[in-house]
Design a protein around this ligand. Sequence first.
Ligand code: GLA
Ligand code: ZN
Length: 691
Amino acid sequence: MKKFPPLSKDFPHFLIGGDYNPEQWVTEEGILDRDIELMKEGNCNEFTMGIFAWDTLEPEEGVFDFSLYDERLDTIYKNGGRVILATPTASHPRWMNEKYPEIMLTNNLGIRHEYHSRVFQCLRNPIFKEKARIIDEKLAERYGNHPAVIGWHLNNEYRAHDCYCPECRRQFREWVRKKYNNDLDLLNHEWWTPFWSHRYQSFDQIDPPNAQIGETSITGLSLDWRRFVSDSVVDFVKLESDAIRKYSSRPITTNCMGRFDRYDHRKMAKHLDFYSDDSYPSWFSSTRTISDQCATWAQISSFCRNMKGGKPYILMESAPGINAWQNSFRPNKSTEAQLFEAMLFVANGAESVLYFQWRKGRGGGEKYHGAIVDHLGTSEHRVFRAVKQVGAMLKKMDGVIGTGIDAKVAITHDYETLWALNSYINHWEGLGGRSGKQNGYMETINALFSACWKQNIPADVIGYEEAFEKYKVVFMPSPYIMTEALANKIKTYVKNGGTLVTFHMTAMVNENDLAYLGGMPACGLREVFGLRVDETSDYSTSNCAIKNSVLYGKKSYPVTANADITVLEGAEKLGEYESDFFRGASAVSKNVYGKGVAYHVAFCPDQSFADDFTSDLFGDLNISAPSAVTGDEFVRVVCREGDGEEYYFVLNCSETEQTYTVHEPLTDLLSGNAVTGTHTLPAFGFAVLKK
Ligand code: GLA
Ligand code: ZN
C-alpha cells in the first residue's frame, strides 16, 4: 500500500487543537494573548476558526471587517500554529434576517421559523445562497493563500432540514419534472399513482409529502423528496466549495455527524478534498460495554476514511472532558479514557485529534461543554494536561501520516436503501408495509462490523460505487433497492471469483420503490444466489407470540426481526429455520456462480450469528488478523501501513487489565524502546508499535 499525501504538504503532522472563537473574547482583557501561549504550552498546533463569525466579518450588509481575523491568523502562524478556516454560513447575522426573513426554513405546516439557534436556513433560497457566496469568496480572496490556512471547513454540521417554503416546492416540481423527462405517464407509472386515485394531470400539482396527508400514500414521492432534500445540501456544498476554489487551492472539508442519514454524504464528499467527522464517545453506557462502543467508533472511522477511498480523515471535533448535550451520559472522562479515545480514532484512520472546544465561553449554551482551556484559564487544569499529553504523543507519530488500512473485507452502506427501508426519518415518509426498524438495515451492518472488529480483521464500510475487486469478500446488507447496473456489478464480481454475502430483503424494488414482478431477488440475481424468496416474515414486535430460530453448524441463533422464506433453486443449504410453518427452509445458503461464491443469509443476524458466520467464512477465505501482535479478549490490534512501514495500534478496549504479545521485534513509538514478549495494558491502555 502506498501512503496517501498529507493534508498539507508544508505541515505533515497530526493536528491537535480545535474550535476557536476569538470573537467571543475581544472584550476580555489578555485572553487572546493567553490563547497563543497556551497553544504552545499545550502541544497544540491547530485552531478551527470562523465557524460562527459571520456577524464579526460582515457587521452590516456589504461592510466587511477582517481586522480580528487578520491579526489572529498572522499571530497564530508566527507562533507555529495552523488554521482550518470555516465559512460562517451555519448561522447568519440578525441584520440579514430582518431584511430577508424568507431565508429561514419553513416547516411542513407552512410556518416560517423564527431567528434562533443555528443551521436554520433554507438552502434553496436564492438570497441566502448569494449571501453565502459573497462572504465565502471574500474569505477565500483574503485568506486563500495565507500561510496559516491549511484547509477550509464549510458551514457546520449540515443538517438537511426539510423546507416547505414556496421556493422549495417550486424547485421540487422542477426536480421531479427533470427526473421523469417531463413525461407524466412515466411519473404516474413509477409513482404508482392510480393507488388511492392519486394520478397527476400536471407537474404543477406535485407537492412534497406532508404529515397533514396522514397515511403513507405515494412511496415513490417520499423517496424522491428525500433525494431532493439531500441534493439541496449537496448543491449548497458545491456552491460553497466553488466560491472557495475560485481563490484558494487549499483543501476543503466539512464536519459531518457520524451516521447522520438525512443526506447522501457520498454524493457530498465528491465536492470535498478530505472528509471530517465530529465524534463524541462518552464511555458511560450501562447497556453497552467499552468494547462494543469501540466497535461503533471504529466503524464510524471506517465509514469516514472510505468516503475518500480509504484516505485518512480528520477528527474535527471530540469532547475534552464533559459533553454538554449528551443528556444520558454526563460523568466526566478520566485522563486515561481521554488519551485512549484519541488513539482509537488515530488507529482507525484519523489524522488529527481536534476538539470542541478550545476555550469554554462565559455565556451561552456551551459554557459548560468540555474545553481544552477551562474557566480556570491556566495550564494547571487536568483536562488541559490530558490534551497536552495527547499532543506530546502525536508529535512522535509523524511517520503514521498518510498510512492507510489494508482491508480485504467490505461492508456496503447505501443512503437510498436506508431511506427506503426506514420510516423513522419522518413517520409520514414511511415507505409502506416494509418500513421500520424491523428491517434491521443498520443492525446488520453493526453486527457485521463488530464481528470483524472483534476478530481484528479490518473492514471497509463502502458505498456501492466503490470497486469490489480489491476485496476478498463483500457483505451487502439488504440491497432492497436494486438496479440493473448494481445487479451486473454483483454478477461480474462473483463470476470473476469474488465472495459476496447478501441478506434478507434483497433486490425487491426498483429505484422508485416499485416492486419487481417475477420473483425476488430480481434483476437476474436468483441465478446468482441459487434461490427464490416468496415471503418475508417478521418477528420484531415485542408482543409477537411466535418465536423462530436458525440452526447453523451445531448452534441455534435467534430470529428477532425480518426473515425471508426461501425456496432453493440450486444453492446449498448451510443453515435452516427451526420452527414456524417454514421449519426446515434455508436460512443460510451458498451458491457457486462462475469462479465465485454467493451466500444468502435470509434473516437479520444477531451478534452471535455474525461472529460465528464471519469467522467460518474468514477461515475458508484465509483472511486473518495481524500476526505480529496478538492479545487477550478485549485487545484490538489495528495496523496502519504505507510505503513499507507498519504501525500496530494495540488498544485495551475495556476497563480490565489485558495482556498482549509481540511476536516479532517491534519498536514502541512512544517510548522508543524495542519490544518483544508479553506485556500488560491497564484499563484503557494502549501501545503504538512500529515494525
Ligand atoms: C457539534 C457542533 C459544535 C458544538 C458541539 C458540542 O458538534 O458542531 O458547534 O455545538 O457539537 O458538542
Ligand atoms: Zn425552502
